[in-house]
Structure formats: C-alpha cells, structure tokens
Ligand binder design. Structure first.
Ligand code: PLP
Length: 228
C-alpha cells in the first residue's frame, strides 16, 4: 500500500533514522511537502495527516490553489523562482521565500513588505555552478548577505540549494556539505539581523543524506504523492 499517509510515515521514520545516525534532534528537521502540480484533493489527503508545512514553486499556481484549500493552519513556502512583479502576491501567500538570488529581488521584498515583522527569506545558492540553475554562485553569497542585511523589511534566515542531479543520493553529499559550509561562513560574518538557522536542502531521492549533513528544511514531493 502506498498512500500519502503511509508515505509520510515512512519519510518521517527515515528522517528520524538519519537524525539518529548524525546525532541530531529530529525536532530540528522540518518536512516541507512540495505540493506543486498536485490537486487540492491530493493535498488534502496530506494535510488530513496533520502535515501543515507545504511548498509551491510557482506564484500563479499557488495563488489559484491556496484559496481552494482555505485552511489558516497551513504554512506555505515559496521554493521556485520569483519575478519582481509577483513579490507583492508572494508576500501575501507565503511564510518564507527560499529563492532570493539577487539584490534587486531582496530590495523589492523590502519595499513591498508592509507588515511590522521582517519577512523571512533564504538565499538560493547554485553550489554546482550549473548555468541553467537559479541561485547565486558561492563566491557571491557573502556580499549578497551583507547587502540584504542592510535592508529593512526582510530577514535572511538561511540558505537553500538544488544541487546537480545524480540518481545516486550519496553524490549529493558534497553539495550539501558545500551549502552547510557557506551557511557557516555567512553566520561567522555576524551581519546585523542575519540569523542563519535554516539549511533548505534534500528532495525525494536524497533527503536522508541532506539530513545527515544538517538540513533543517527538506523539500519532498514525489516520495509523498507517488507510489514507492
Ligand atoms: C519539485 C521540487 C522539489 C521536490 O522534488 P521531489 O523530487 O518531487 O521531491 C524540491 N525542491 C524544489 C525547488 C522543487 O522545485
């Protein structure tokens, strides 16, 4: 049997086992269920199991879908590219944006956030230097963090990556280590208002390795919704 509920149980057990191997507290790892392309009914099967953290990669799709679910208990994260003209909508829909990869985008978030609390963002880093991927290059991360730290209205809380794909999960490890290392380096700069608590890394095929390497947010879609 492979229902979302059985899949979720299995994923949680595997996250707990990876924490055990790494000597980590499972409370420090949050599962984000990636609901992109899934219907409201499919998503309800997951939220009915108590899952409240969800992630979408497109603002337009999220804007259509989130009102249909109409559940204030749900917290949505944006994990796909964000265009500046969609920032205002994104700030209304999401609790966190994982994909800040330019000063222009950070400035737009800063300008559009009209709430008293700074909006939580992560910086997306292209650890594998792949030309087709979003994210800043590793050497651009510290200067961008410094520039973001000067802006009001948003709070840099960590880093995110989508590493080069390999079907062998173990091959993601070096990229996860590279991201964890960058988080440390940014944290050591102690820029005002920057608390580098989050490491957003790990997807269906490699989340256990990501957890071993310190992930605090794993982004899992197909392993939740599809037969295992
Ligand atoms: C789709 C997506 C995921 C989830 O991928 P799966 O392999 O289905 O778990 C994670 N992160 C991002 C940025 C995605 O776009």
């Amino acid at each position: 049997m492979s229902t979302p509920s059985a899949n979720l149980d299995q994923i949680r057990a595997r996250i707990a086992a990876a924490c055990e191997r790494a000597g980590r507290d499972p409370a420090d790892v949050h599962l984000l269920v990636v609901s992109k392309t899934r219907t409201p009914d499919e998503i309800r099967a997951v939220t009915a199991c108590g899952q409240t953290l969800l992630a979408e990669n497109r603002v337009q799709e999220a804007r259509d879908k989130i009102p249909l679910l109409n559940d204030p208990a749900l917290a949505w994260h944006l994990i796909g590219p964000l265009q500046r003209n969609k920032v205002k909508t994104a700030l209304e829909l999401f609790r966190m944006i994982h994909t800040v990869d330019s000063l222009e985008l950070a400035e737009e978030i800063s300008k559009r956030n009209d709430r008293p609390q700074p909006f939580p963002v992560l910086m997306q880093i292209n650890v594998g230097r792949e030309p087709q991927k979003s994210g800043v290059l590793p050497e651009e991360a510290i200067p961008l963090a410094q520039a973001i730290a000067r802006l009001p209205g948003l709070a840099l809380q960590g880093v995110m990556t989508i590493p080069p794909f390999s079907p062998r999960a173990e091959e993601s490890r070096i990229w996860f280590r590279a991201l964890a290392d960058l988080r440390e380096r940014i944290a050591r700069e102690a820029f005002p208002g920057v608390q580098m608590r989050e490491l957003s890394m790990g997807m269906s095929h490699d989340y256990e390795i990501a957890v071993e390497e310190g992930a605090t947010l794993v982004r899992i879609g197909s392993a939740v919704f599809e037969p295992s």
